[in-house]
Design a protein around this ligand. Sequence first.
Ligand code: ADP
Ligand code: TRP
Length: 334
Amino acid sequence: MTHPQKVSLTGIKPTGSAVSVQDGGSVHLGNYLGAIRPALALAADYRCIYFIADYHALTTQRDANALRENVRDVAASWLACGLDPDKMLLFRQSAVIEVFELMWVFACIVATGQLERGHAYKDALAGGDSPNAGIFNYPLLMAADIILYDSEIVPVGLDQKQHLELARDIAVRMNHLYGEGTVVVPQPVVTEAPTVPGFDGRKMSKSYGNTIPLFLPSKALRSAIMKVKSDSTPMEDPKEPEGALVYDLYKLVATPAQQAELAVKLRAGNYGWGHAKQELYEVLEAQLAPLRERYQALRADPKQLDGVLEAGADKARVVARRTLDRVRAAIGID
Ligand code: ADP
Ligand code: TRP
């Protein structure tokens, strides 16, 4: 029997245009190795809460159908990758509307100057945009996401660190103004996940169009791997694996023994980059085929998927109401 553990919470933003199951879904290999796999590994030590930040996506998403589909796609992807809804919470941010009440409370104690210093807002201004108020207030909603569920640990990439610091400031200020213990003060944990390169060698990202979608059908996966950039060293010549893109990707998914074996073959010569790509494909296919099967089954049954998300929201709401009761009592609105 494990003891109640610390709460680790992460929001997942469903972004991008609508994608079809046949095209491999919206999640790519970089998301999987850099975010999903490490986040799921945390379940061994924490009580994990994952939610799909659909209202954060609304700051940039204008296509209702794409948003709807992306939420389902992200949920199906995380479940297919091994998120166990009996052990971890998974729900839509929008299903627990208590978050907006807490956000308002926070809006009333945060100086606008703090929001004006937000990276995302400043970048949008610098880019010549006229950012919407959602982008300006984005960090407030994020702080509410975190504090509503009594989160102690929030694992995020470096790009989210500033948001986390603001959430922490807000929690400290709440307790200072209204009494220690009003809210739990979260701790950012900057995750050191690998940066996965795309097939052109730049960071794999939807915005570069260089992704390998995680659930590509087997044949399409092979074609995508064959597109990984390599040089034109003749087949017979020895090749240096270190620094080669195929090998970099291989190292992220193969066992140390498999890596050593491939390095020997490349250095020996008479072994082309195409052969190495075939090895990469085979290792990936062995790991991803069972995930793909689960993903396709989940995407084929949206009712079941929505049911999982609803059940998660029901449990999340209990925690949310408890926090809000505490906050309302503290601020004098009870
Ligand atoms: P994209 O750049 O494709 O739009 P997102 O910004 O939606 O990806 O990223 C979602 C999550 O996946 C984030 O936690 C991010 O750190 C992680 N991630 C995205 N791309 C990579 C990558 N190439 N390598 C490692 N992690 C990544
Ligand atoms: N802003 C985060 C991102 O763009 C997503 C997010 C929303 C989040 N709410 C959160 C992350 C709360 C951690 C905690 O990736």
